[in-house]
Design a protein around this ligand. Structure first.
Ligand SMILES: Nc1ncnc2c1ncn2[C@@H]1O[C@H](COP(=O)(O)OP(=O)(O)OP(=O)(O)O)[C@@H](O)[C@H]1O
Ligand SMILES: [Mg+2]
Length: 291
């Protein structure tokens, strides 16, 4: 059965989508079959993995997450496989003997926003009283269950602000990776997010395990060093990954997609950050996948 991991944090711009990209590539390089669901109308991880033209082609072919939800909401039959686009620009994953792969259910802004608004209308018409995130979970869970044997890992990239679709991802998952940067106000937002996720009201406390991932770490910044130390040693409840993702030009550059058909070796894409990609994938294997 595929392990399902949601990448989430209430706060924007803390490297959620960057983490999703690095983790998808890193796990696929280690032989895992990865399915990435882009649940953010911004479509960042879709662009990072497929490039702008890849996303445009998914939109043209009506195979984004918004199109999938459109079918499911209107009660029409839908097969998840129809909505997947082979992803990642890594040359290694295109080799005939490659064990791992990345597939993406892409997001584009318009369809997803329109479909979610339509779902809210449908709910009101039904007056079912059901929460939106629960209803979305009911629509997506059977689709994922059918696919469980085709993937080792399913990654959900979610928008900031924890809207219903992000809560749906949490309901679908058994693990949450919460990237956080190392600014003081980020920590208080993170703690609020953890309280929300683990609140009894959502009924998730017993089903998801949270792992905090410090990101954009600058070793030259003494405040960040102190803060990282505090997260590691004084807050066992956040279950932090021991190695932070550093803030580097290499990671920023890896996000420039070379375009369709232009596959890069992983060392070329990630340059000096390849060790961070490998370390992240290994840590997730040890903590989450092998359990
Ligand atoms: N380790 C890093 N080193 C350098 N730049 C980084 C790193 N991680 C992320 N960034 C940059 O920070 C910005 C925000 O990253 P990203 O889009 O992944 O955040 P996010 O949490 O997904 O944002 P949003 O809340 O909008 O979805 C991007 O421009 C990205 O290139
Ligand atoms: Mg994002």
């Amino acid at each position: 059965m595929a392990v399902r991991i949601t990448i989430a944090n209430h706060k924007g711009g803390v490297a959620k989508s960057t983490t999703a990209m690095m983790l998808a590539d890193g796990l696929a390089l280690r032989g895992h079959r990865v399915l990435v669901f882009d649940l953010d109308p911004q479509g960042m991880v879709s662009r990072l993995l497929l490039g702008r033209s890849g996303v445009a082609s998914a939109v043209r072919q009506e195979k984004t997450i918004g199109h999938l939800l459109e079918k499911l909401i209107s009660g029409k039959p839908a097969q998840l496989a129809r909505y997947q686009t082979p992803g990642s620009d890594l040359a290694e994953l295109r080799e005939p003997n490659a064990l791992g792969r990345v597939d993406v259910v892409a997001s584009d802004d318009r369809t997803l926003v329109v479909e979610l608004a339509r779902l809210e209308d449908a709910l009101r018409a039904l007056a079912s009283g059901e929460r939106l995130d629960v209803l979305l979970w009911r629509l997506l869970e059977p689709q994922l269950a059918k696919h469980d044997r085709n993937y080792d890992v399913v990654i959900f990239d979610t928008p900031a602000g924890t809207p219903p679709l992000a809560l749906t991802a949490l309901r679908l998952s058994t693990h949450v990776i919460a990237p956080t940067n190392l600014e003081e106000n980020s920590f208080s937002t993170l703690m609020v997010f953890l309280r929300i996720v683990l609140a009894d009201e959502l009924g998730l406390a017993g089903t998801v395990r949270v792992h905090v991932l410090p990101t954009m770490f600058l070793a030259s910044n003494p405040e960040q060093v102190r803060f990282l130390d505090y997260i590691r040693t004084s807050t066992p409840e956040v279950n932090a990954f021991p190695r932070p993702i550093p803030h580097t030009v290499a990671i920023h550059r890896a996000e420039a997609h070379p375009g369709p058909g232009a596959f890069r070796r992983s060392r070329e894409k990630y340059d000096s950050a390849i060790s961070d990609v490998q370390a992240l994938a290994e840590a997730v294997e040890q903590r989450i996948i092998k359990r």
